[in-house]
Design a protein around this ligand. Structure first.
Ligand code: ZN
Length: 185
């Protein structure tokens, strides 16, 4: 983050709790503008078809070569469902329909919130975009766990595989440290 005020250009920014605020932040000592570094939302989807789970392999940094669920940062002016659908399309070429929320996963250390849905394939006509090196459908026993880096994605996949054996899917809310799986009544 640049260490100058984006409003008036004053440098450097001060660090502290601005007047009337509750959190320590960067702010401008000249004009009073505050830099709000709020969490970013990552939207994505878990898609199963014919007993296999869709994963994509990253083709750009960070973590080139690692496998993950199709997911990425929300853009301005879109809903989280739209973001999940767009990320699936960009990273796999699949037009998907979002069906059910599956995981609302907070990652406080990296200032991120994952919102992962279950989704189903509507059409698959396009090739993945340049962010993706490969797309593959994995049977649970074939998932390349050693190449799945993000702990949130790993937890989501592990729970999904455990739940699919029982045929009942919950909705997780929480973080790596603690959380709750909510089941529909
Ligand atoms: Zn300023």
């Amino acid at each position: 983050m640049p260490n100058f005020c984006s409003h008036c250009g004053h440098s450097p920014l001060a660090r502290g709790t601005p007047p009337g605020d509750t959190h320590e932040r960067d702010y401008c000592g000249a004009c009073g503008a505050v830099v709000y570094d709020n969490p970013k939302v990552i939207a994505g989807a878990i898609i199963e078809q014919e007993g296999r789970i869709l994963l994509c392999q990253r083709g750009i940094p960070p973590r080139v070569g690692s496998w993950t669920l199709p997911a990425g940062f929300m853009e301005r002016c879109e809903s989280v469902e739209e973001a999940a659908r767009r990320e699936v399309w960009e990273e796999t070429g699949i037009d998907a329909e979002v069906t059910t929320p599956y995981s609302i996963f907070s990652v406080p250390p990296t200032n991120e919130l994952y919102i992962i849905y279950r989704a189903r394939v509507v059409t698959w006509e396009d090739a993945p975009g340049p962010e993706t090196r490969a797309v593959n459908w994995f049977k649970p026993q074939d998932i390349p766990w050693d190449l799945i880096f993000y702990p949130a994605i790993r937890q989501i996949l592990e729970r999904y595989i455990a739940e699919r054996d029982g045929g009942t899917y919950g909705i997780y809310t929480g973080s790596m440290e603690k959380g709750v799986v909510h089941f529909m009544q």
